[in-house]
Design a protein. Structure first.
Length: 277
């Protein structure tokens, strides 16, 4: 991945502008630099830079240069908060030509809105928070005027923080947001509630917290490394008439996890659609 990213971006005629270097933008920037992209190839526009971002400026990152000093822009990555986009767009538009690749990771801001505000060839993407440790997954959709070469660049930029999936239908980003974008919160809630239930059954709170955390983390690692799907792994843990089966009768019952998760993902999908409109 590092070689692919470096080779792809080394061929760019112009630099990369990162608008918004908060948690997700900062994760992208960190991924690019770890992959070998020189810091001076990136312009970061961030009015409130963290200490980590400010330190990168000493290593060559061009932090908040004057608009006229940005230079040629091959790709603009928009990582500002969605509610800040309207205010940021007039500042970003001068950096964008009709052929500039614009990669947006803003939730709920459609390709149509981005093109109207900034122009360019837009790729809209939805990452998730494990990107902070290079274990994210991003789903991306290109506008019709994005070239094959620009898609390759966008893929390299996004893949610096984990896996990338491409779809053709922008409407799919609403359920994507509900499943993978919001999904880490569901997993963290599972850890919280598993620990709470352990305490309710008599475990000391600190032990219950450690057991819940490591069980979820270890199970995720097993799922990643196994050739079996989640259903098969679940069945492997479940002995007929055993303790796991007793618990799954509750979790898989009429008022169990399946219905709750379906309603939760549907609610998040609806909210994503509302934000887009």
């Amino acid at each position: 991945m590092n070689n692919t990213l470096s080779q792809t971006l080394a061929a760019l005629k112009g630099g990369i502008v990162l608008a918004g270097a908060g948690k997700m933008g900062g994760a992208l920037l960190t991924g690019w630099l770890k992959a070998g992209l020189p810091a001076d190839h990136v312009v970061a526009i961030e009015p409130h830079p963290s200490a980590e971002i400010a330190a990168l400026a000493k290593q060559g990152l061009r932090l908040n240069p004057a608009p006229g000093a940005v230079g040629d822009v091959a790709a603009l990555v928009v990582a500002v908060k969605p509610q800040m986009f309207a205010a940021a767009a007039p500042l970003l538009k001068p950096q964008v030509s009709t052929t500039t690749l614009v990669v947006s990771i803003m939730a709920g801001i459609t390709i149509t809105r981005i093109v109207a505000a900034c122009g360019g060839a837009v790729v809209r993407a939805m990452p998730n928070t494990p990107a902070a440790i290079g274990r994210g997954i991003t789903v991306a959709v290109p506008a019709a005027n994005v070239s094959a070469g620009q898609r390759e660049v966008a893929d390299a930029l996004l893949r610096a923080t984990g896996a990338v999936e491409w779809v053709a239908d922008e409407a799919l980003l609403d359920p994507v947001t509900a499943v993978s974008g919001s999904g880490p919160a569901y997993v963290f809630l599972l850890v919280e509630e598993l620990a709470r239930a352990g305490v309710a059954s008599g475990l000391p709170a600190d032990l219950a917290a450690r057991l819940a955390r490591e069980t979820v983390a270890g199970s995720g690692a097993l799922l990643e490394q196994s050739d079996s799907d989640a259903a098969t792994l679940r069945q492997n843990v479940t002995s007929p008439g055993g303790t796991t089966a007793a618990a799954l009768e509750i979790l898989m019952g009429p008022d169990g996890l399946a219905g709750l998760m379906t309603r939760a993902v549907a609610a998040a999908t609806r909210r994503s659609n509302e934000l887009a409109n």
